[in-house]
Design a binder for this molecule. Structure first.
Ligand code: DC
Length: 219
């Protein structure tokens, strides 16, 4: 297993764009761990599973009905041999992902496959909510990305072509759910560098994190 850079943070804080940029500079793959929760949420919604049925969700998590594939541009999700990557980006799927990610059984059933991503290249950039605290607690570099809730809603609204005001409320609810759940809540890892991206361009954020990461990896 090579070095690991973890990037955690709330919804729409820019984790995927930053991870993609950083992975290019470091020449290592990147993975969105959110894609595992979104993939499972999508598969559950399309399999008619009761979203409160933890046993059925855990079985589905382990099934070959769906899979996650890392590419340079995106973390893809395939469901029954169809690429559903753009569908899992929908807010509804994100909200269901947040809901089912509160079940400890579901979290542990996805953990192994998330960790396997670190064995593909000579390093990995992994983004999500608990990458620095639970998935890769031994990571060499830990980052916590944040931005004002208005700024995050504005970004997501542009991406999805939705109303910004509706998104502010939805994201607040999702952040609250992700930060207060009992298992692996969203939190700043103790040894992480916190980057507030509200007033920064994507390029500035990537540059800053790259400089920090290179220092740490060389040590
Ligand atoms: O980062 P995202 O919006 O794609 O994540 C969707 C949901 O998945 C998020 O609201 C909570 C859950 N998630 C999680 O619990 N742990 C992670 N490491 C990543 C995502």
């Amino acid at each position: 297993m090579g070095f690991v850079v973890t990037i955690d943070g709330p919804a729409a804080s820019g984790k995927s764009s930053v991870s993609r940029g950083l992975s290019k500079l470091l020449s290592v793959p990147w993975v969105s761990t959110g894609a595992f929760y979104r993939g499972l949420a999508y598969a559950a919604l399309h399999s008619g599973i009761d979203l409160k049925d933890k046993v059925a969700l855990t079985e589905l998590a382990m099934s070959s009905e769906w899979r996650v594939v890392m590419t340079d541009e995106k973390t893809q999700v395939w469901f029954r041999n169809n690429d559903v990557t753009s569908e899992i980006g929908q807010e509804q799927v994100g909200n269901v992902a947040s809901q089912i990610s509160g079940y400890p059984e579901v979290r542990s059933s996805l953990l192994d496959s998330q960790r396997q991503c670190a064995f593909v290249g000579r390093g990995l950039v992994a983004e999500g909510r608990d990458c620095g605290t639970v998935v890769f607690p031994q990571a060499e570099v830990k980052i916590y990305l944040t931005a004002s809730s208005e700024h995050r809603a504005q970004r997501r609204a542009q991406e999805l072509g939705l109303n910004q005001q509706d998104l502010v409320a939805q994201q607040k609810q999702r952040d609250q759910q992700d930060s207060t759940r009992k298992v692996a809540p969203l939190q700043v890892p103790p040894d992480a560098m916190v980057v507030d991206t509200t007033e920064m361009t994507l390029e500035e954020v990537v540059k800053k994190i790259y400089a920090f990461a290179i220092e740490r990896i060389r040590q």
